[in-house]
Ligand binder design. Structure first.
Ligand code: SF4
Length: 314
């Protein structure tokens, strides 16, 4: 089973080269480094291998062995003037490092199946979310896009969590939290307030045989409240934030980092977006919101180290 937000279906890279110019470091594990060494040796160009790949001597995370050097312009070593990757052109797609083969796809291995979404730091993805219609979560027997098998960004198996704790019921919660984030009877701030209130209540719930039943009651109470509200007219800028938060929740930070820290990060991100939107007319608010989403995705969606540091401070 494949599960994904509907924007993933039929996504294709538009070769704009933005991701090859981003301020991040593309790292490789030792096996990928060796694969490249063999390739450059075969094509008699070990000199470029030495220039392009830098073996890391400190600060490496698990699986990081080397990184790809950048050009003076800040672009990836292999990016050519027409936004094409020279390594891709010469050695083929299968040869590329996993991150280059996968981005902007975000595949996860979960108890429900294979789940996949997209990174909102890709301009082609940002264009896909320019719509007022809510994002839909789709279930299908077919993958919505091609991606590397067995190269998952996260593993999510709530059945392995302690019984009678919120994370044991993770998928019910994710579904419910996405409904809260898409509740158009509330402002964005109102939705986050309800999320915060709910996670605090759940974390304070008493573990025991009746926990699951009690959790369902909390969820029903929220639905009764949300159903009593009248849908508001929303601007596209607000809806973009809604889409960004739905996608954020779908990436499972609640499971990976805990309910309270993940919701605190949502609140923090909303404050940053609001700051960028302040004092702007509708048209400028849309571009300010897109810029804020792009920055936040780069800051917290790709830089796991930074995310962990932020979470640890909660
Ligand atoms: S930013 Fe998106 S559209 Fe542009 S090259 Fe990267 S994946 Fe393709």
């Amino acid at each position: 089973m494949y599960i994904y937000p509907d924007i993933v279906e039929g996504f294709h890279c538009e070769l704009c080269g933005t991701c090859c110019r981003n301020d991040w470091q593309v790292t490789l594990d030792e096996a990928s480094y060796e694969r490249n060494r063999q390739y450059f040796s075969r094509v008699n160009n070990l000199q470029e291998m030495e220039q392009a790949f830098v073996v890391m001597t400190h600060n490496q995370a698990i699986g990081e062995y080397a990184y790809i050097r950048k050009q003076e312009s800040g672009a990836c070593w292999f990016l050519s003037g027409n936004n094409l990757c020279r390594l891709h052109k010469k050695a083929g797609h299968q040869h590329l490092d996993a991150v280059c083969q996968t981005f902007p796809r975000y595949p996860m291995n979960t108890q429900r199946g294979i789940e996949v979404t997209l990174s909102f730091s890709c301009p082609a993805v940002l264009r896909r979310i320019q719509r007022l219609e809510p994002l839909r979560i789709v279930r299908s027997e077919k993958p919505p896009v091609e991606f590397l098998p067995e190269n998952y960004v996260a593993s999510v198996f709530p059945g392995q969590q302690a019984k009678f704790t919120p994370l044991y019921y993770y998928f019910e919660l994710e579904h419910h939290f996405i409904d809260i984030v898409q509740c158009r009877g509330l402002s964005i701030a109102g939705r986050l307030e309800l999320l915060e209130k709910t996670v605090r209540k759940l974390e304070a719930g008493k573990p025991g045989e009746t926990f699951g039943q009690w959790l369902q009651q909390q969820i029903y109470q929220n639905y009764a409240y949300m159903d009593s509200l009248t849908e508001q007219n929303l601007s596209l800028a607000e809806v973009l934030v809604e889409h960004f938060f739905v996608n954020f929740l779908f990436k499972k930070p609640l499971y990976l980092y805990g309910l309270i820290p993940a919701v605190a990060l949502l609140v923090h991100m909303w404050q940053e977006i609001e700051t960028m939107q302040r004092g702007k007319g509708e048209k400028d608010r849309i571009s300010a919101t897109q810029a804020a989403i792009n920055n936040l995705e780069l800051e917290y969606g790709h830089d796991r180290q930074r995310l962990l540091v932020w979470m640890a401070k909660r």
